[in-house]
Unconditional design. Structure first.
Lengths: 319, 306
């Protein structure tokens, strides 16, 4: 591996400007194009055609006429959404759940990783990791089932525990006040362990010599974690923070749709589930597509802004 | 916990260490308790579970729940469909991920940058749910297995992870030597690269496989025919809809076999709910402890190149 053929072949390659449809290159690499073709088509059809399909947000989509021939209506559906009774509720709930989740959920994997990193390799470390990672592999439906079963006001174990210490049973699932907490804490339960994996990887890259030098200098364990380990994972933290803040509006449907019910709707109605219900259940395709597009537009703007800020205040950014 | 270090821990260090261990122990207990509770509840008398008498170890041991599950046709049909979706979906995903990742890993591939960006864009920009649904409907794929297997088969994240593996683990010098010897790109990929790629194929198969096993949303959107429902959709009916007492409204069906006739709907749910959680997660539970390192590996390769 040490002997490199790179210098023998590369120079002629480097001089040419990379052009996609250079006939000579196409001929040389055509088999690589064949290898990539099915995947290319898959993305073209299932990701790019829907981008064209989003035009229906600006049209009165009539299935028989198709996307192209349906009449244009401009921003009618966007205005309808901005003026709708639900607009501020949806924004408030979407942001509320995501920000709550970020504040509670972001630091915990870091703390867990720093703690696991201090454990000596062995059975207990392995056991702790295996157990804390495990919930990540539980399906969202089973997770929803667990939440509903555990929090049941009359039969759930959590309310039995509350009663045992003299607290009245709480109807977690039908009280809008509790919805966000239930959603966020169950996500923390499921995701904290697995979230620590990536930080542990960064910690594994810390040079032991730094710690040895610090010990000789009389640094305490807390000081070493603070001044050596924490800085080592800052780049990872920043990248994940950008991704998280950038996706504040891209809340998933999957879990929330399972936990939503008419009683907690005032707190659980978020943009994603609203799109699903308006579009797929009520058949208002254009309206739902407009709401979805509004959502992704905010998302894209947010990501760009956050990335820009991150690049300015630290050296880490997505691009 | 007392070991002899070269340099002794100070008192403060010891206290701090204890705090860390307590924190980890607490985290482990918090994760473990619900899991143990589910296992115990699945073999306990539902009355003891619902009244809160059963809180850690099984009370009123019974296998009634599992007996009902065994006779519950919908669950096993869902199981069969999920096995099919998982195998077929994983196969398609691998066929789309590995060759493509190899192509864009080749430093001499003229289109690598363009294709990578073409796919990366979809991570941040997309049509969203409604246009995707209309596309699947236009293809005539609603209520077919294709809608579950094909649309999400290639994940750009997994392609990038696989590309990083090829770039870092298969020496380019070796491939160049083969090219000099006259190997075509196909021979290179199938005869040299693939045989060295077992670890990444395993990681990807696990990621895609577990993802497909656990997913319900595409089935919720694209399938109305209950015969095509994957296990997770059947679970949703049992665990989520019937608990909310909306079973009738949403058309959730309970096959009325002789074993179930004795129970009312609510009783039935109480008897089987913890059992179905376990039965449905069993394959993942069984493979997870042995393959955990592969899952972790996948994350690690992914984190190399942000």
């Amino acid at each position: 591996m040490a002997v490199s053929a790179q210098t023998l072949v590369k120079p002629t390659e480097k001089k040419r400007k990379p052009a996609l449809f250079n006939a000579k290159r196409l001929k040389k690499n055509w088999r690589l194009y064949v290898l990539i073709l099915p995947t290319f088509l898959c993305f073209l059809v299932f990701s790019y055609i829907p981008m064209y399909g989003v035009l229906i947000a600006f049209k009165d989509y009539v299935p028989v006429l198709g996307i192209w021939n349906s009449p244009w209506v401009g921003f009618k559906y966007f205005n309808q959404f901005f003026q709708s009774y639900y607009f501020w509720d949806l924004i408030r709930n979407t942001l509320g759940i995501q920000v709550y989740g970020l504040i509670v959920g972001f630091p915990l994997p870091i703390i867990l990783a720093l703690a696991l990193n201090e454990m000596k390799d062995g059975v207990w470390k392995k056991f702790s990791q295996t157990i804390t990672y495990a919930p990540n592999f539980i399906s969202v439906v089973v997770m929803g089932g667990m939440i509903i079963a555990f929090l049941d006001p009359s039969t759930g174990i959590i309310n039995h525990a509350l009663q045992a210490v003299g607290i009245q049973p709480i109807a977690f699932m039908s009280d809008p006040k509790w919805f966000k907490t239930v959603y966020v804490l169950s996500s923390v339960w499921q995701g904290t362990g697995w979230g620590s994996v990536i930080y542990l990887a960064a910690l594994a890259g810390v040079d032991p010599a730094l710690h040895e030098a610090a010990i000789v200098d009389g640094a305490s364990k807390i000081q070493r974690i603070w001044h050596i380990n924490l800085p080592a994972i800052v780049p990872t933290m920043v990248i994940l923070l950008i991704l998280n803040v950038g996706s504040l509006f891209s809340m998933g449907y999957e879990k929330i749709l399972l936990l939503q019910n008419p009683l907690n709707l005032s707190s659980s109605n978020v943009i994603a589930t609203f799109v699903y219900k308006q579009g797929l259940l009520d058949g208002q395709y254009s309206y739902a597509a407009a709401v979805g597009l509004f959502n992704s537009a905010i998302n894209a703007i947010l990501l760009i802004v956050v990335n820009k800020i991150a690049r300015r205040v630290s050296d880490n950014s997505l691009w | 916990m007392h070991e002899n270090h070269l340099i002794k821990d100070t008192r403060a260090d010891k206290v701090f260490k204890s705090v860390l261990y307590v924190f980890i122990a607490l985290a482990v207990l918090l994760v473990l308790y619900p899991l143990i509770y589910i296992v115990s509840a699945s073999v306990s008398d539902p009355a003891a579970v619902n009244s809160g008498q059963m809180w850690l170890l099984p009370k009123g041991f019974t296998l009634d729940g599992y007996k009902v599950i065994l006779n519950y046709g919908d669950i096993w049909r869902g199981y069969g469909m999920t096995i099919f979706y998982t195998l077929a979906g994983t196969a398609v995903s691998l066929a789309l991920t590995i060759p493509c990742a190899y192509a864009i890993s080749r430093p001499d591939f003229s289109g690598k940058k363009w294709f990578t960006n073409f796919m990366l864009v979809t991570m941040f920009v997309g049509g969203g749910l409604i246009p995707s649904y209309l596309l699947i409907r236009a293809l005539g794929w609603v209520d077919t297995v294709w809608a579950i297997i094909i649309p999400g088969a290639a994940s750009i994240y997994n392609i990038i992870v696989t590309r990083s593996f090829f770039q870092s683990s298969i020496p380019w010098e070796m491939q160049e030597a083969a090219i000099v010897d006259g190997a075509t790109d196909f021979q290179l990929f199938f005869k040299i690269v693939l045989p060295l790629s077992a670890p990444i194929i395993a990681v990807m198969a696990l990621f895609y496989g577990v993802g497909q096993w656990n997913s319900y949303f595409s089935a919720l959107v694209y399938l109305q025919n209950k015969n095509l429902y994957p296990l997770q959709m059947v679970l949703r009916q049992i665990l989520v809809l019937q608990d909310m007492q909306q079973g009738a409204a949403t058309g959730a069906t309970v096959t009325q076999s002789a074993a179930q006739a004795a129970f009312s709907k609510e009783q039935l749910v109480a008897v089987i709910k913890y059992g179905v959680m376990i039965v449905s997660s069993l394959p993942v539970i069984l493979i997870y402890p042995f393959l955990q390192r592969f899952f972790v590996k996948g994350v690690l390769i992914g984190s190399l190149k942000g």
